[in-house]
Design a protein around this ligand. Structure first.
Ligand SMILES: *Cc1c(COP(=O)(O)O)cnc(C)c1O
Length: 432
């Protein structure tokens, strides 16, 4: 065991600050990162990995992009936090509103969890209703009300929810299968006037990567409007990654509220909830929905976020999509050549895959994929110098720093790794 992991285990539960990092579902021990640059991370043993974790999607430009580093350094030299408003947060709020037409006003927080939690409280406050619909396999951070049938680490660990979450805390959470119009209709039929909000990842990216079925997001929009419920898009992964206006821009469906994180913080702790002024002004100090944060709108984080958004134009998204396509085409070919039953999915710039014979369109199918085979493949790739998420319930993040050579080397390694998978692993019926 590495000395860092040993020391971490003594002082940090599981040795990690967030559960999936512990490699629990793939086995082995996590590498500890010493530094990162562009598409690569280097661990404390000096091993270099071509990295597709990219801070779980926060680093769209790649690690330690010089423009971001400089913006953060300059901001730090002016002081790291004041407890008073700054020009940086105004500029970032303006930059978001410029790119996302449904957003007029923005409230900044420090994590996606906080942003989703704020959106739910705001929706309840604005509608005077209690119930919130979420979808099985979607992840909205770790606040109590949304820790049922959640994706990401909750799915990775195979938990139905979490200990410490009371029945009361989830009593107003209605769980519906993703991609099922009948599911959402049943939820509304059961309580037509009681649903404050429908909270959804417009592209589900915490159970692997599942695209919305044709017309699905529009159906959610229509049902919400019919019943006076707010449609909330959790764009923490999709926002500023699928394009300047995220999934709502890509699919042409306008939510009432949007939740942003990851890319918008440029790799620093920052997230946001945004929407029309009329809704956003329910938040204190204008309205009566309370929400606050000592480090909210932190000047280092807003500087990083602005630097990143200013680097991204239509050309960058086109370039990123070309990279994602190259990787996906390559992986499909590699898995086919290796005779591995796999479904590689791509939504614009987002990439995912399952070791599965069947199409994956919801959480049930994502769970039925062969996660033991994923684990074996993960280690085969890590051993070859390519780091992917240590869980089959996450998304693969290509950054603008990945070169064609990086992508082609990844595909070549994937073909070797898939061919070399031990016969016993995952060759039988799907295992969970
Ligand atoms: C990562 C994520 C969150 C939570 O964000 P944190 O910053 O980890 O709290 C919420 N929603 C989605 C869709 C996410 O991917």
């Amino acid at each position: 065991m590495s000395k860092w992991f040993e020391r971490a285990l003594a002082r940090i539960p599981g040795g990690v600050s967030s559960p999936v990092r512990a490699f629990g579902s793939v086995g082995g021990e996590p590498y500890f990162v010493a530094s990162a640059e562009g598409a690569y991370v280097t661990d404390t043993n000096g091993r270099r990995y071509c990295d597709y974790v990219q801070s779980w999607g926060a680093s769209i430009l790649g690690h330690a992009h010089p423009v971001v580093v400089e913006a953060v350094q300059r901001a730090a030299a002016r002081g790291t936090s004041y407890g008073a408003p700054t020009p940086g947060e105004v500029e970032l709020a303006e930059a978001i509103a410029e790119r996302v037409p449904s957003v007029e006003k923005v409230r900044f927080v420090s994590s996606g969890t906080e942003a989703a939690m704020t959106a739910v409280r705001l929706a309840r406050g604005a509608t005077g209703r209690s119930k919130v619909v979420k979808f099985a396999g979607c992840y909205h951070g770790h606040f109590d009300a949304m820790l049922v049938a959640a994706g990401s680490g909750v799915a990775t660990l195979g938990l139905p929810g979490s200990a410490g979450v009371t029945e009361g805390a989830v009593a107003d959470t209605v769980v519906v299968p993703y991609n099922s119009v009948e599911g959402i209709e049943a939820a509304f039929a059961a309580d037509p006037g009681g649903i404050a909000a429908v909270l959804v990842e417009p592209v589900a990216a915490n159970m692997g990567l599942v695209a919305p079925a044709d017309g699905y997001l529009a159906a959610l929009r229509a049902r919400c409007s019919e019943h006076g419920s707010l449609l909330v898009f959790d764009e923490v992964i999709t926002g500023f990654r699928l394009g300047p206006a995220g999934a709502q821009g890509r699919y042409g469906v306008t939510p009432d509220l949007s939740v942003f994180g990851k890319v918008v913080g440029g790799g620093l702790p920052l997230a946001a909830v945004g929407g029309p002024a009329e809704l956003m002004d329910h938040l204190a100090p204008v309205g009566d929905v309370y929400q606050a944060g000592t480090l909210s709108g932190n000047p280092l984080a807003t500087a990083a976020g602005l630097a990143v958004l200013n680097q991204l134009d239509e050309g960058s998204y086109a370039a990123l999509e070309t990279k994602a396509e190259r990787l996906v085409d390559g992986l499909r070919g590699a898995f086919d050549a290796a005779g591995a039953a796999a479904r590689v999915t791509r939504v614009g710039t987002l990439v995912g895959w399952y070791f599965s014979d069947t199409e994956v369109c919801d959480y049930e199918a994502a769970r039925a994929a062969d996660h033991r085979r994923y684990a074996a493949f993960f280690h085969a790739m890590l051993g070859r110098g390519f780091s992917f998420a240590p869980s089959g319930y996450e998304t693969t993040f290509v950054s603008l720093a990945h070169t064609e050579q990086d992508l082609d080397a990844t595909v070549a390694a994937a073909q070797e790794a898939a061919t070399a998978l031990p016969a016993g692993v995952g060759s039988g019926p799907s295992r969970r």
